[in-house]
Design a protein around this ligand. Structure first.
Ligand SMILES: [Zn+2]
Length: 189
């Protein structure tokens, strides 16, 4: 399979999703207690397993009129979410070990090309996603009261606590579940 078109970097700031529900996917990051973040992360692994179990459909991109900004296939979104779970696990550890650390920049589109997301095997991605999600969920489940308030900074200066990091991350994951469901609808119509 030829390498797909590389989309522009996503420089949009999604931190507003911590303040209000997302107009695109309807997800509201403030409707549950912080103690639920770990179990919600765990639940998403099962959802991704089922989304990625769609056979050959999981590797197909839905038709899209804009080639500079294509919609990813389910396996590409799954690989992205797997890497987000890994990345946020690293950020989480950094926040607990250091005082207000600065996160390294991460370009998700470069990661997708470098990691050849489009040619990855959906079952393998589902497995690796579940492992990464479980590792991160464990970290949240074991947090002390003080741990929730530890802070870190993104390279663009946006500040997170461990709690807002978890809520921000969960929106991203649910947003992409929504993307994949919409993509399947398009592919099946
Ligand atoms: Zn959303």
């Amino acid at each position: 399979m030829a390498d797909p078109v590389v989309p522009e970097p996503d420089n949009k700031d999604w931190t507003w999703t911590l303040e209000r529900s997302c107009s695109e996917c309807g997800y509201d990051a403030n409707t549950y207690g912080r103690d639920e973040i770990g179990s919600k992360i765990r639940t998403t692994a099962a959802t991704w397993r089922s989304l990625l179990g769609a056979g050959s459909l999981a590797s197909k991109r839905p038709p899209d009129g804009d080639p500079s900004s294509p919609i990813w296939s389910a396996v590409e979104y799954g690989a992205h979410v797997r890497d987000v779970y890994k990345l946020f696990g690293d950020r989480f550890d950094k926040m607990l070990k250091k005082k207000n650390p600065k996160f390294r920049d991460w370009d998700q589109n470069k990661a997708a090309v470098k990691g050849k997301y489009h040619s990855q095997e959906p079952d393998q991605v589902a497995y690796e996603l579940a492992v990464a999600a479980g590792g991160l969920a464990d970290r949240f489940d074991k947090l002390s009261d003080d741990g929730w308030a530890e802070t870190g900074q993104r390279s663009d200066g946006v500040s997170f606590t461990v709690e807002t990091l978890g809520r921000y991350l969960l929106h991203d994951v649910f947003h992409h579940i929504n993307d994949v469901e919409a993509g399947y609808k398009q592919l099946k119509s």
